[in-house]
Design a protein around this ligand. Structure first.
Ligand code: NDP
Length: 329
């Protein structure tokens, strides 16, 4: 069994030196425990925050211990909670080839309904984040105009497509490369731009000349400032992530225009996907239906091997991924 440990805490941008590949024995399950051969593990932006030794909504990763995070795999030993060897499960002990966990911490998934990787992305945590953030937190209504940043990523690409499927009048996305912008147009976004091409406020004004009603924020900073400027009366922002500042060592310079919240009666609402589990069944049913009907597409960027997991994580922060970034183990 090979696993990735946190060797040191990054300051600013992480590097390969912050991680260590460690070999251990394949574990043996005790009563009520499972051993899972992980097939896919997720790398996610929130993991960057857990590398810092600060109090947050999830505890920090420990030094010299394996990292953790979403994973799917096949149970190879142990049983409990109605789960037996041969079952495919979703659980929270990624960053290792074999996971030993309490059966209570695993959820059975059906590998005949979708490729198992989908349970980490489009039908999993990032998909639910998009669905809940757009429809519940921002309460998007048909006929509204929506802007989403980080639009070519796992969450953002779902936000834009779900907005269209739910009757948005205009959907605008921003992303970090010409290829990503092209992909957004193919996914049905009405307009898309590369945020490297000029001030976000100018590009957003050109893409949504009449303004926006909803902003789904994955990026923060200059993007959030531009969105506050473009939001119309009673506009809402679902504040999902601020990846532009996860590696920053100084506080961000923007947004500088928060006073606009008053006159425009704007709502900026932060949220965590974990608080929206009550929507999961409805989300899976609706998204699985759109996938079956060919009305929703999803991208995955897959990196192979546990030894490449740190590089996959660094690549995610750099923007190497189209859609969900995954490691195949
Ligand atoms: P993505 O698949 O979107 O991957 C991250 C992307 O961020 C990269 O591909 C890169 O794309 C973009 N990025 C990196 N640096 C910058 C920057 N400085 N400015 C603009 N874009 C940047 O990840 P996820 O879909 O998993 O997550 C998206 C956001 O949602 C993150 O902020 C994450 O923290 C948040 N999140 C929040 C949850 C919640 O419960 N609140 C749950 C899940 C995710 P590009 O090439 O376009 O720059």
């Amino acid at each position: 069994n090979r696993e990735i440990h946190l060797a040191s805490r990054p300051e600013g941008w992480p590097t390969a030196d912050n991680f260590r590949l460690v070999e251990t024995e394949v574990p043996t399950p005790g009563p009520g425990q499972l051993v899972v051969r992980n097939q896919f593990m997720s790398v996610d932006p929130y993991m960057r925050g857990r590398m810092n030794d600060v109090k947050s909504y999830v505890p920090p990763f420990a030094l010299d211990a394996p990292l953790d995070g979403g994973a799917v795999g096949e149970v190879v030993a142990g049983e409990g909670n109605g789960i037996v060897p041969g079952d495919t499960v979703l659980h929270g002990l990624g960053w290792r080839e074999y996971a030993l966990l309490d059966a209570k911490g695993a959820r059975k998934v059906d590998p005949s309904l979708a490729p198992v990787s989908a349970y980490l992305g489009v039908l999993g945590m990032t998909g639910l984040t998009a669905y809940a953030g757009l429809l519940d937190v921002a309460a998007m209504r048909p006929g509204e105009s929506v802007f989403v940043s980080g639009a070519a990523g796992a969450v953002g690409s779902m936000v834009g497509q779900i907005a269209k499927l739910k009757g948005a009048a205009r959907v605008v996305g921003s992303a970090g490369s010409p290829a990503k912008v092209e992909r957004l147009r193919a996914l049905g976004f009405d307009a898309a731009f590369d945020y490297h091409d000029g001030p976000v406020a100018d590009q957003l004004a050109a893409a949504a000349p009449n303004g926006i009603d909803v902003y789904f924020d994955n990026v923060g900073g200059e993007h959030l400032e531009a969105a506050i400027g473009a939001l119309r009366l009673h506009g809402r922002a679902a504040v999902c992530g601020m990846i532009a500042q996860y590696n920053a060592t100084e506080p961000p310079a923007a947004p500088r225009n928060l006073a606009l919240l008053i006159g425009k009666r704007l709502t900026l609402r932060g949220f965590l996907v974990g608080d929206h589990g009550h929507l999961r069944d409805q989300f899976v049913q609706e998204v699985a239906g759109w996938l079956r009907e060919g009305r929703l597409s999803y991208d995955e960027t897959v990196v192979d091997g546990i030894d490449a997991a740190p590089e996959a994580f660094l690549g995610l922060l750099r923007g190497d991924n189209l859609g969900k970034m995954l490691v195949r183990l």
